[in-house]
Design a protein. Structure first.
Length: 107
């Protein structure tokens, strides 16, 4: 079973076991993870679900899509190479552990 490890803005880690196919944003919201606002509900229209993906597992994610890429430009926190919109990320069975760091602000 894959695990998503969220590092909240205050540095606290929350590890959550998920079924393959679980969405990174929805899992965070459903489990009370701090720092993911997800204002648009997952439509890639708000960039308030911005996360930084750790190297481990990142190569198993699909590349940044065109709309995601545009939205990341308007993210409140600094955009980095590891930036993704968590609503666009689903954990596959090939991923054992996915670590995402949540920035200190989303708006
Ligand atoms: S929830 Fe709005 S872009 Fe991800």
């Amino acid at each position: 079973m894959p695990t998503i490890v969220y590092i909240e803005p205050d540095g606290q880690r929350k590890a959550i076991q998920v079924e393959a196919g679980a969405n990174v944003m929805r899992t965070a919201v459903g489990n009370g993870v701090d720092g993911i606002v997800a204002e648009c509900g997952g439509a890639a229209m708000c960039a308030t679900c911005h996360v930084y993906v750790a190297e481990e597992g990142a190569e198993l994610l699909p590349p940044v899509g065109e709309v995601e890429n545009e939205m990341l430009e308007s993210a409140a926190a600094e955009r980095r190479d590891s930036s993704r919109l968590s609503c666009q990320l689903n954990v596959t069975s090939h991923i054992e552990t996915l670590v995402v760091r949540i920035p200190d602000r989303q708006m």
